[in-house]
Ligand binder design. Structure first.
Ligand code: QAP
Ligand code: CO
Length: 187
């Protein structure tokens, strides 16, 4: 059973290779990644990249509601829309969060066994199909975060580069909402 690697594991920084053929081995890796992402509840994991399991391949998984969708060899071909700030966390940097600016819309080329329409994921397909699709909202942010993993970049690097701040949860308020406090990290 594979487990999620955490900072400062050097495998999170390793170079990844494109998938040349979606064979049994790749299908097994995707199945394993899916099980691990499904298991990461409270707080729910919404994205996972193969290097987080020590696998140096260009594969990411993103949760769309209760569907977990694989993206093989994802390539951001263009960005669009405004640059917006959003709150991020990472299963490889547990307990740490922060605001990062990213483009609102990306155009993504990838292989997947799911179809997409203007509303998002539509249906499952028997084969892996090459797609080129514009994606917005949370999925655009999650995919940019996951593609960063494929290039050995972690969200904490983006926080440092954007001179943003790190936060951790210090407790919950009376409505059960998390209370955050700024933390200084020596990375
Ligand atoms: C990437 O990250 C992401 O610290 C996916 O203790 C997240 O699923 C991109 C998680 C937000 C954009 C916005 C983090 C779980 C999950 C933690 C995740 C933790 C438990 C992170
Ligand atoms: Co991450």
């Amino acid at each position: 059973m594979l487990k999620i690697l955490t900072l400062p594991n050097p495998k999170l920084r390793q170079k990844t290779k494109k998938v040349l053929k979606v064979d049994k081995r790749i299908e097994r890796i995707i199945k394993e990644m899916k099980m691990i992402l499904e298991k990461s509840e409270s707080p729910k994991g919404i994205g996972l990249a193969a290097p987080q399991l020590g696998i140096p391949l260009r594969i990411i998984l993103v949760r769309f509601g209760k569907t977990i969708v694989p993206f093989i060899n994802p390539e951001i071909t263009a960005v669009d829309g405004e640059i917006i700030e959003g709150f991020e966390g990472c299963l490889s940097v547990p307990g740490i969060y922060g605001y990062i600016k990213r483009p609102a819309i990306i155009h993504l080329k990838f292989l997947s066994n799911y179809r997409f329409d203007e509303k998002g994921v539509s249906s499952h397909t028997t084969y892996y199909i090459l797609h080129t699709t514009p994606l917005g909202s949370l999925s655009a942010r999650v995919i940019q975060h996951e593609v960063d993993h494929l290039n050995g970049i972690l969200f904490v690097d983006r926080i440092l580069e954007q001179k943003s701040k790190f936060y951790k949860i210090i407790g919950k308020d009376k409505d059960g909402k998390e209370v955050f406090e700024e933390v200084k990290l020596n990375l």
